[in-house]
Design a protein around this ligand. Structure first.
Ligand SMILES: Nc1nc2c(c(=O)[nH]1)N[C@H]1C(S)=C(S)[C@@H](COP(=O)(O)O)O[C@H]1N2
Ligand SMILES: [Mo]
Length: 427
């Protein structure tokens, strides 16, 4: 075998040597596995298995596929005690078990105030009224005739990590950071529709409503509406799912999730924010001195290690370990992520899977030769505005502990020598 040849496991020789080293300190890696195969034959290698003896499913078995049953635990989950019922509630994306950056729609978290409604494309209407030259009503087909764009954005609920303000509480990254999804949206720039109606000079805000009973009315400054908001009708290449606002939702890149109105039905151009009719004030943060932080729409840079984490314990022993996670910023692109395994005393730069994209999730990797010691694993995001993700202590010094929203602090996982991980805080 020459140096470039690969063995049956597809590992390069260099890598195999690396894994053997791991085996020497106790891991059942390739080296140890090979030794075992020599003494006790592995039936998975030596015997013809049942799946190789008959036919598989025909192509008509599953016209629209779901994940294989063995992946059945990679699902959205809710926390029953968080809300009184499942209608006005939240579930969480299983970010611990996902890879890459795109969230599959079927397990992307949902949050609604009066349930996910069923609205047909034929019954869909979008009205633009208020301070415009010409009030307009668009059908779904009308929207399809405007020049469209495709962009990837994250949506994070302002309440993501909200339960963690006072202390480490929920034991799983799905629950502590999982009120987020990241999809590739296709739609019409909101600007094009507003220009079609003609915004009057007095128009400074838009008030946006959904077709559901809650309507989720929100005011958005006209500047943002004209900048990068999207009236989206596709996500990840297919129609929006019912729970994400089928047939049309608003995307407000980088801004808190509650402004991304689903089942979008009306946009009123106004001269000021419509506070009396909306819940703008709901998403404020109460500071230690009792004052409020208001209109904090942009989601600050944040990151988290998704594996290892409480739901993703290390199942192999010491040796090669892939630490991975997600980073994002509502202000721009992620430029760098640091990882610490000693609770923030020392940091090393992680590898970005792809260069950070503006207002979209970025995947990072940190490849470690783990000695089997306990670790306090953290990640820290940097964005292209120069902003660095704060520690919990730094964030509390500014915001106190009465807040619910906008917790973008550094997360710590205590990884024990047996590979299990726990949500903890380090001072
Ligand atoms: N019409 C409507 N839009 C809505 C909501 C709603 O209840 N009704 N919830 C908002 C909130 S608080 C969030 S965080 C996001 C959640 O989007 P998702 O369900 O796609 O995750 O939708 C927002 N848009
Ligand atoms: Mo939200």
């Amino acid at each position: 075998m020459d140096e470039t040849e690969r063995d049956t496991r597809g590992l390069s020789l260099d890598r195999r040597a690396f894994l053997r080293t791991g085996a020497a300190v106790g891991a059942l890696a390739a080296g140890a596995g090979a030794a075992r195969a020599e003494s006790t034959p592995d039936p998975l290698i030596t015997e013809v298995q049942p799946w190789a003896k008959g036919w598989g499913d025909g192509v008509d078995a599953t016209p629209y596929g779901l994940p294989i049953e063995f992946e059945g635990d990679v699902i959205r989950r809710n926390v029953p005690w968080l809300t009184a019922d499942v209608i006005s509630s939240i579930n969480f994306t299983p970010i611990h078990a996902l890879e890459g950056t795109i969230t599959p729609a079927g397990c992307a978290f949902e949050r609604h105030h009066s349930g996910a409604i069923e609205l047909k494309k034929e019954d869909y209407r979008l009205m633009i009224n208020g301070l415009v030259d010409q009030p307009l009503v668009f059908t779904y087909e009308d929207l399809e005739r405007f020049p469209r764009v495709t962009r990837t954005y994250f949506l994070e609920c302002a309440a993501n990590s909200g339960m963690e303000w006072a202390g480490a509480q929920l034991n799983g990254v799905q629950f502590t950071q999982g009120m987020i999804h990241n999809m590739q949206y296709t739609g019409v720039p909101l600007r094009a529709l507003l220009e079609e109606a003609g915004v009057k000079p007095e128009g400074k805000w838009i008030y946006v409503e959904g077709a559901d009973a809650s309507s989720n009315g929100r005011s958005i400054p006209l500047e943002k509406a004209m900048d990068d908001c999207l009236v989206a009708f596709k996500a990840n290449g297919e129609a929006l799912r019912k729970e994400h606002g089928y047939p049309v939702r608003l995307c407000v890149p980088g801004w808190e999730g509650n402004m991304w109105v689903k089942w979008l039905r009306r946009i009123e151009v106004t001269d000021q924010a419509v506070e009396s009719r909306e819940e703008t004030s709901k998403y404020t943060d109460t500071l230690a001195d009792g004052t409020s932080r208001k209109w904090t729409w942009v989601m600050d840079a944040k990151s988290v290690v998704t594996s290892p984490s409480p739901q993703m314990p290390i199942k192999h022993g010491p040796g090669p370990l892939v630490i991975t996670g997600l980073a994002w910023s509502g202000r721009g692109a992620i430029t760098r992520v640091d990882v610490s395994i000693d609770g923030g005393k020392t940091w090393a730069e992680a590898r970005l899977a792809e260069p950070g994209e503006k207002m979209a999730l970025t995947r990072f990797y940190f490849d470690l030769d783990w000695q089997g010691q306990e670790m306090f694993v953290q990640s820290r995001a940097h964005d292209d505005t120069g902003y660095v993700q704060p520690t919990k202590t730094q964030l509390r010094a500014v915001r106190g502990e009465n807040s619910v929203y906008h917790n973008n602090a550094i997360q710590t996982w205590w990884v024990k020598p047996n590979g299990e991980a726990e949500n903890v805080e380090v001072s």
